[in-house]
Design a protein around this ligand. Structure first.
Ligand code: SF4
Length: 384
């Protein structure tokens, strides 16, 4: 992971911005955050600061960490089953067991789907996620992961199963989280995505997904995963029933976890998409574009280099806003996400991105694109 510097406050660009921030009343809170010591009240205050100021500071910090380079990964999402017994109120993707619209890919279908996209697009990563399908045994995942590794010569990394899936499958199959993760790693799991975090505050979780893994358990699962040496990412889904204070607590929970284990590679914020969800009645409108930019900038200022990659968040906000989010401190584009089914279920159409398209988008925003692998390492000779 790239290193940072001890003194962001001393960067000439930041010094100038802090003088302006002082006049506006945000100088000291920004300083505290840039020194790694922001608390809940500080972060709430940052959410009220002018967006342009947050963006300028965040970008200066990112420039000091990774310069003008922006990575992307050619990947696919494999939603192996839409059967789920958790029933989150914000989710338009899942179906109850027995639903006529339920599907579950066989081991062979799952492996073939990855191999097809590997042959076609030279994907480097599969983001492997489903609902929590109680009919799926642990052996299913082991066979799929082994099949992917065997058939692609180990070229496709498995970024799979959120903390929520790990938590539920460990309980359904009566094995410890540790044992489950060890078995999955043995079969080929490379890293764990940050899905299922939403907002890591139980009073919010009770309202948006009452049956879901509680905040403390989410953290415990991720802690166990990282203790086994497996890197992870962290996410935040905003724009539903949470308050600014809840967002602040969420960011600090993620930061604390990172300070303990150090294997959170990236942070991704996306907004709640209300289409076709139960929560639509209480939160009918998606958050606007400025919310994405604000979350990206604040994440960078609070996480600094400690979580080196902040993703552009184009998935729900679109590629045009994704470009703008680079100016607000993002330094990774995320993936091509071939095969994504969750957002289309909420009525969000996704663009089909290919290497050339992503590189044009990143260059168009004034940054230098590079293809990376699952571990955020540049790939020197990109094929396809
Ligand atoms: S968000 Fe995930 S856990 Fe929740 S209902 Fe949808 S598929 Fe199930």
């Amino acid at each position: 992971m790239p290193g940072g510097i001890d003194d962001y406050v001393g960067l000439p660009r930041v010094e100038k911005l802090l003088r302006v921030a002082d006049e506006l009343g945000y100088g000291s809170v920004l300083e505290r955050a840039l020194r790694g010591g922001a608390g809940v009240a500080d972060i709430v205050e940052l959410y009220r600061a002018p967006l342009w100021l947050l963006g300028a500071v965040a970008r200066a910090v990112t420039d000091a960490i990774t310069g003008r380079r922006v990575g992307y990964v050619v990947n696919k999402i494999l939603n192996y089953s839409n059967v789920c017994i958790v029933g989150c109120r914000f989710c338009a993707f899942y179906r109850r067991p027995g639903s006529p619209e339920a599907y579950r890919l066989s081991v062979r279908e799952a492996v073939e789907s990855v191999v097809r996209d590997w042959a076609r697009y030279r994907i480097r990563q599969v983001l492997f996620q489903g609902g929590v399908d109680p009919e799926i045994p642990i052996e299913y995942f082991e066979e799929v992961f082994r099949g992917i590794k065997r058939e692609t010569g180990g070229e496709v990394a498995v970024h799979g199963l959120s903390a929520v899936e790990i938590d539920w499958y460990s309980r359904i199959h009566r094995v410890s989280v540790r044992e489950l993760v060890e078995r999955l790693v043995e079969a080929g799991l490379d890293s764990v995505p940050g899905g299922g975090a939403e907002i890591l505050v139980d009073s919010v979780r009770e309202r948006i997904s009452p049956a879901k893994t509680r905040a403390e358990s989410w953290v415990k699962v991720m802690d166990t995963v990282m203790a086994l040496g497996v890197p992870v990412s962290a996410t935040m889904m905003y724009g539903h029933l949470e308050s600014l204070e809840d967002r602040a607590r969420h960011l600090l929970t993620v930061l604390k976890l990172q300070r303990r284990r150090g294997l959170v590679m990236a942070f991704i914020a996306w907004n709640f998409e209300p289409g076709n969800t139960e929560l639509q009645r209480e939160a009918p409108y998606p958050a606007g574009g400025t919310e994405l930019l604000r979350n990206v900038a604040i994440a960078r200022i609070v996480f600094r280099h400690e979580i080196p990659w902040i993703q552009a968040g184009w998935l729900t906000a679109g590629t045009r806003l994704g470009q703008v989010s680079l100016d607000y401190g993002a330094n990774d584009w995320g993936g091509t996400l071939y095969g994504e089914k969750v957002l289309p279920a909420a009525g969000v159409p996704l663009p089909r991105l290919v290497r050339d398209g992503i590189e044009r988008i990143i260059r168009g925003a004034g940054y230098e694109p590079y293809e990376r692998d699952n571990w955020y390492r540049p790939i020197s000779s990109a094929g396809g």
